[in-house]
Design a binder for this molecule. Sequence first.
Ligand code: C2O
Ligand code: CU
Length: 495
Amino acid sequence: MKKSFFTLLALSSVIILQAQYNTITIPEALYGTNFNLNIHESTKQIRTGNLTVTGSINNETFWGPTLIINKGEEVHMNVTNNLNESTTLHWHGMHLPAVMDGGPHQIIPAGTLWQPYWTVMNQAATLWYHPHLHETTQEQITKGVGGFIIVKDPQETALALPRTYGVDDIVLALTSRSYSTANQFDSPPTSVRVYGDYMLTNGTPNGQISLPKQYVRLRILNAEVERGYNLGFSDNRTFYIVANDGGLLNAPVAATRVKLMVGERIEIMVNLGNDTVGSSVDLKAYNSGQTLGFPGGEPNTTGQFGSLLNNIDFSVLHINVAATTTATTPITAVPSILASNTYWTAANATVTRTMTVTGGQGATPFSLDNHTFVFDYIDKTVNLNDIEKWTVTNNNIFGHSFHIHDIEFKIVARNGSATGVGTHESGWKDTFYLPRNESVTFVAKFDDFADADVTHPYMYHCHFAGHEDGGMMGQFIVTGNLGNDQNTLNTDFSL
Ligand code: C2O
Ligand code: CU
């Protein structure tokens, strides 16, 4: 009698678990130097009832495959646009010629093939790719078009870090959506809602995963339209930040919470070795305690977005602890030294620039230096190999996420002070959170791939898709060194 009672109990709890959580999709990993990417519309059973129309790449039904590439190799992309509208595909964080960058100028019309190629200059890092067609970015990102890029190099490979893809090395794209009554994503032009009410982790609602009882590595991307995340574990356990946007930090940073803004990546190691097999812990997004609630994005002065997730804590991944894996040698410690990056300092800079967040009053879109993006205006011209210091100031009504193409920079100050720079953003970066009433100063060397062809500039912009589409974006060229081979690529490469 007792036995059947417990059997029934066990059975019913299994049923409850299945109803509550869905195992997340791990995107297919593609290796090598030649990649075929087929961008298409698809459908996915995300909610009960109608299928949701999504955008995806290759065999996925939301998002795309993870491209695993090696520093120093020449990679070739064969990008086919099978959407029924134009798109572009931008390699976020990648150091490469502007004509290969996939920004708003490298348009891929519907039904055509785009074949950029470049030699991988980046060090080991978690990068990503996504559409970047001006005024269409929010719509296409909302549908789910995008994917991860993992760059490998010998320095990273020599470290005892978890790196078995899908086993102890997990990519996590965090985003949220709201739905119309027919289960379709709320997105422009029919809706301007940007803060989703429901979490999607790798495109999976109420996501769960089984992870082995050992150290695991989570490569986390904020793939949002606009929301920021303040991440931590439900039992407040310490985790270790080992990398940010541009790759490994010099040493791991212990943390219990970390903020991640739109477009930023972070790699963390978390120890499940002391957990009981069969137990669970949640990776959660926390209300940061700021009165205006970071999980809801950086709010306006009234602090309201109307999102169900605003000012509350919510799970982004339910982790079930499984047996230690035999698929790979378990990692049992976090290396104390990770890299030996030598960063630029403010003293290295020979050129100083300032930029201010403008607009955003009433119906006026946000802008930079009172200039709204247009295709044929080059905002900044940089001399090849110059080290520059840029300060972006936001005394406006809203926080933003600032991103610049092609280069990785070092954040040297927040509000003029080096001590204001977060330890989680202490490595090479390409994107940062710019809260209201703050300034961020970064230093970068514009050192390769000069491109004096004004038809293919690089971008800098707010990574909130709606702000970017609204014109909070500028463009720069890097001139000089016309003997550089890469300049021979500055023909009209876009189709
Ligand atoms: Cu991730 Cu200009 O973009
Ligand atoms: Cu913005």
